[in-house]
Write a protein that binds this ligand. Structure first.
Ligand code: ADP
Length: 388
């Protein structure tokens, strides 16, 4: 059971030093109203002229910040008052006040409030105190808000600058990656055009031109795929993962041979089909095999393996190359992240391969995992759902 506190006890709490006749003055000019919990007593921006003194219960004062976020300014309880700012300034409500429990309130309308203010110096003084305290509080809040915004702006600016740098680097990498094969192909084509080559020399030159043009095509396709994958949801079908592996292994045979790398394929013959999009899966696996070859030493082995485990088919690519340092491992799947050198060895690339792989695997509701030891090698494993 709650006891209702009498106005005569509560009013002196709100206005210290108030005389008994001034308390009476407030009481005769006001009315007692009860509100259930969760009632909005006054609403931000509303134009209304009532002054409230809380006799019983708890309330919450909130304000909408940046058009969306509601910020709790403070809590009010018995003995607190609110609503005087609107009455003094003839201004809309600066905040919303809502009851958290049942509340009992002493309410004064504008005329009553003005009468009390004129006749009671204690009430007028308490108002002045309260208003100047609130103004100071508002100033502090505004300063804090400004500080926060300044920090946010600085942060956003820093991020933009970083993104800009990444974009510039990416563009110059793209230009570089395109220029090398273009120049090689162009140089040889000119030699062919001038009739400088014949016989086996001509055949091997044409092969080189084809290889370089293929490289450009792959690069442009990867760039387009990276854009498209966000827009087009592939239609899933039953995909024979053995076919995908064979296709990719075939595609990289030449590249592996050029580095004297043996590309091995191992797996269960009767492996189930997976739920997926063959073309996307081919790209995902290609990025893994491409990296495995690129980051492997001459004369080593890269192994593609597929096995069935429970409701999944796992496809892994293992190399015995440079490995991945633990500190960069969390970032290798990020778009544009790449390491361009290891000691004296430089590596080409755009930093989009693994981000494509991860995106494809995510679209397939699969998983990708990497185990790696620096200087020893890496093993990337994709787990794909079986076609049911
Ligand atoms: P790119 O190969 O164009 O650099 P990726 O997104 O394919 O971009 O790979 C990002 C980075 O992850 C690489 O630059 C490299 O540092 C690391 N990485 C990926 N695969 C391997 C691997 N098999 N061995 C060592 N490092 C790797």
């Amino acid at each position: 059971m709650t006891t209702i506190r009498t106005p005569a006890k509560i009013i002196p709490r709100a206005f210290p030093g108030i005389k008994p006749e001034e308390v009476q003055e407030i009481i005769v000019n006001s009315r007692i109203t009860t509100y259930p919990a969760e009632t909005i007593i006054c609403r931000e921006n509303a134009i209304e002229f009532v002054f409230y003194m809380i006799l019983e219960g708890d309330l919450e004062v909130t304000k909408v910040i940046n058009n969306s976020e509601t910020k709790l300014l403070k809590s009010l309880t018995a003995g607190d008052f609110f609503g005087e700012m609107a009455l003094i300034h003839n201004a809309p409500r600066a905040a919303t006040v809502k009851s958290k429990t049942n509340v009992i309130m002493l309410e004064l309308d504008k005329e009553g409030f003005n009468r009390v203010l004129k006749r009671s110096p204690s009430v007028a003084m308490a108002m002045v105190h309260e208003i100047s305290r609130r103004l100071r509080q508002n100033d502090q809040m505004a300063i804090e808000d400004l500080r926060m915004r300044a920090a946010e702006l600085a942060d956003a600016y820093q991020k933009l600058a970083e993104q800009d740098l990444v974009r510039q680097e990416f563009l110059s990498n793209v230009a570089h990656e395109l220029r090398t094969p273009l120049m090689v192909a162009g140089g040889y084509l000119h030699a062919i055009q001038k009739g400088m080559l014949s016989g086996s020399q001509l055949t091997s030159t044409i092969n080189t031109v084809v290889r370089n043009v293929d490289q450009i095509t792959t690069l442009v396709n990867d760039l387009l795929f990276m854009q498209e994958i966000e827009l087009v949801l592939p239609e899933f079908q039953a995909v024979d993962i053995i076919e995908v592996v064979k296709e990719v292994a075939g595609k990289f045979e030449g590249k592996a041979k050029a580095r004297q790398i043996t590309l091995k394929v191992k797996g269960d013959r009767g492996v189930s089909k997976v739920r997926g999009d063959a073309q996307s899966l081919e790209r995902a696996l290609s990025a893994l095999v491409d990296n495995a070859i690129k980051f492997s030493p001459f004369n080593s082995e890269v192994e593609i393996r597929y096995i069935e485990q429970g409701d999944r088919v796992r496809v892994s690519v293992e190399d015995h190359g440079i490995g991945i340092a633990p500190e960069i491992r969390p970032r290798i799947f990020d778009r544009f992240f790449r390491v361009d050198r290891d000691g004296d060895q430089l590596y080409r690339g755009l930093g989009i391969g693994l981000s494509i792989t991860r995106q494809v695997i995510q679209l397939h509701q699969g998983m990708i995992d990497v185990e790696s030891e620096l200087g020893k090698g890496s093993k990337f494993t994709m787990a794909l759902l079986k076609w049911q």
